[in-house]
Design a protein around this ligand. Structure first.
Ligand code: LLP
Length: 417
């Protein structure tokens, strides 16, 4: 499958470690993450952006994979961190993120969350609505230099009415989106912020959606922020799609960076700072989920291959009908029979892949589902009392757990007698 390597016997090897060894050591289900893949992608983004627009920073949209080991890794690579809410903010700080490089998001930031961000020294808070401005004005004391470089830095998030061709639930820039301000209101917020004695308006922010597989919406988004006038900072969001299945052909990171900086060179001030916030494309391809086959059942026109995980550790299929490839991890991938790869949860929507060719699957076989680094750990849950799986980093033939598997005791930890 995309992004994986096999040994001579046809078994998958992840980060130099045979899958059988990983399954033996950590059990299944498990999320295996290739550290080198995340680092390579981080460098590709950071260097690629800097080469095209030197006054810039790549910022990791941490919602895609909010575990401290991943934050640490991307902080080490020199990226800024985008956090959505107090929880991600706390994780980022715990992992050593520089507060000045934090970009704080949310369409419903509470006063408590804003206080947390301000007190932590978060460099940038993205204003999504007028209530954000009211709350920040209440929290902050007047700063004599707010107009000339002092004060809390903020960006205004705009809703440009751009409709990328992606799933409705992950489209965020269309008219009617709950995110950001439509252009007339954004102009009003900008005017108000320019007179604030507490807040420093640095610029504008746009993010039009996720798993976007063409470049046009990104170029349109840069045109939209340019229309609002000249600012010191333009945050262009994230959204570049990943290659989940063989037929998917997302643009490369380079093509994406060309697309945004080509428009920026035409329309944005030459001395402006550009931020980008990739999430999915930074981590998706680094992850492979390992499962064990629990049952194989034929009937109703399907061969159901049921595994020991599912929508508890991967909600992408249920929520967004994302398609994944899959393979028996310990044998060569042959032609195989079209199977329905399903999970162990009490719900018919608990499917990992509706029709995937699997080579003679048997109970006890290891199944690998690749490209599961993004939004899987992030959305994992305890439905049916499932214990969330461990996260294991692999690199140069070595492996180390960075999140342990939940235990049954964990399931009761918050329950009061
Ligand atoms: N910046 C902002 C303000 C965002 O809202 C997002 C994602 C990103 C950056 C990163 O976008 P990416 O590069 O990952 O596409 N739970 C959904 C994805 C929701 C994405 C929400 N915002 C899923 O599992 O597909």
């Amino acid at each position: 499958p995309p992004g994986t390597v096999q040994d001579e016997a046809g078994a998958l090897v992840l980060g130099g470690v045979p899958v059988a060894e990983l399954a033996e050591t950590y059990g299944t289900p498990a999320l295996i993450v290739d550290e080198a893949s995340i680092r390579a992608r981080a460098r590709q983004y950071a260097r690629g952006l800097a080469a095209r627009w030197p006054n810039s920073r790549a910022t990791f949209a941490s919602k895609a994979f909010p575990c401290t080991a991943v934050y640490r890794l991307l902080v080490e690579e020199g990226l800024g961190v985008d956090v959505a809410g107090g929880g991600e903010l706390t994780l980022a700080l715990a992992a050593g993120a520089d507060p000045a490089g934090l970009v704080v998001h949310g369409n419903a930031k509470t006063e408590e969350e804003l206080r947390l961000a301000v007190e932590a020294g978060a460099g940038t808070i993205v204003v999504d609505n007028f209530d954000d401005i009211d709350k920040l004005e209440k929290i902050l004391a007047p700063t004599p230099t707010a107009g000339s470089g002092g004060g809390q830095g903020v960006l205004v998030r705009i809703t440009p009415d751009i409709r990328p061709d992606t799933h409705e639930a992950i489209s965020t820039g269309q008219h009617g989106s709950k995110f950001g301000l439509l252009l007339p209101q954004a102009r009003e917020a900008i005017a108000r912020l320019r007179t604030s004695d507490r807040l420093r308006l640095d610029g504008v922010h746009v993010h039009v959606g996720s798993q976007i597989l063409d470049l046009e919406p990104f170029a349109q988004a840069v045109e939209a922020v340019a229309e609002l006038g000249e600012f010191a900072v333009y945050d262009l969001g994230g959204g570049l799609g990943s290659r989940y299945t063989y037929p998917d052909h997302p643009p490369t990171v380079e093509a994406y960076l060309d697309a945004i900086t080509d428009v920026a060179k035409r329309l944005l001030p030459a001395d402006a700072r550009i931020l980008i916030e990739p999430g999915r494309s930074m981590v998706a391809e680094s992850g492979v989920s390992l499962y064990r086959v629990v049952s194989v059942k034929r009937g109703g026109g399907h061969t159901f291959v049921a595994v020991d995980g599912g929508m508890g550790d991967n909600l992408e299929v249920s929520l967004y009908q994302q398609r994944f490839e899959a393979a028996v991890a310990t044998r060569p991938t042959g032609e195989g029979e079209l199977c329905r790869l399903v999970g162990h949860h009490c719900e018919s929507g608990d499917t990992l892949s509706a029709d995937v060719p699997l080579d003679d699957p048997r109970v006890g076989d290891l199944i690998a589902v690749p490209v599961t680094g993004a939004y899987t750990y992030a959305l994992s849950n305890n439905y049916n009392g499932a214990r969330r799986p461990p996260v294991v980093f692999v690199r140069d033939g070595e492996h180390r757990p960075v999140v342990r598997r939940e235990t049954y005791a964990d399931l009761m930890r918050r329950d009061l007698p």
